[in-house]
Design a protein around this ligand. Structure first.
Ligand code: XMP
Length: 173
């Protein structure tokens, strides 16, 4: 495998994002919401660098691929979330690809009565977005390749890698 983003580069970027968040969220009690399962490791590293009080919640987003004529369907499981109404939310995801997941989760959180929703993604794929959506915080912009590691998986494998890699050529996606 070719290492796309080494462990120390991730650590440094997470530290930089936390510094930005510590400045932007001064004086606010907020809730960090991670989208399962890919954001787990990013969330665990990031929250330990946040200086202000916050709650942590998780939700699951499963997308079912559509056909050429029907869009994919996103199914959300929000049973693990704490109270969202009136809360300032920092929503975390591992990667922004088409933008469909984050835009729908943001809309859902507003529907649950969130006071505000900011979004933070570790990775953003260049040239893949089909849904207009601008995340507030981005770790790294990456080329259009299937990546694994640091929470990102292929068939639920590779999540444990401490770095981010392009999946080897020839591995079926
Ligand atoms: P959308 O298209 O909704 O996709 O922005 C976001 C979700 O798609 C998954 N995804 C990936 N997972 N390596 C992965 O392990 C990738 O390269 C990749 N691209 C998209 C991921 O679950 C993300 O939350």
């Amino acid at each position: 495998m070719t290492v796309l983003i080494p462990e120390d580069a991730i650590r440094e970027r997470v530290r930089e994002i936390a510094t930005e968040l510590n400045a932007d969220f001064t004086g606010r009690i907020f809730t960090v919401v991670g989208i399962l399962t890919g954001s787990l490791i990013f969330l665990a590293d990031l929250v330990r660098r946040l200086e202000h009080r916050h709650q942590i919640g998780l939700l699951q987003a499963s997308s079912y691929r559509g056909t050429a004529t029907t869009p994919g369907i996103l199914v959300l499981n929000t049973g693990l979330l704490p109270e969202i109404r009136g809360r300032h939310i920092l929503l975390l995801d591992d990667i922004l690809d088409t933008g469909a997941t984050l835009s729908q989760v943001v809309a859902h959180l507003h529907g649950l009565g969130a006071a505000s929703v900011k979004t933070c993604v570790l990775l953003r794929k260049i040239g893949r977005q089909t849904v207009p959506f601008e995340p507030d915080y981005v770790g790294f912009s990456i080329p259009d390749a299937f990546v694994v590691g640091y929470g990102l998986d292929f068939n639920d494998d590779y999540r444990h890698l401490p770095y981010i890699d392009v999946l080897p050529e020839g591995t079926a996606v």
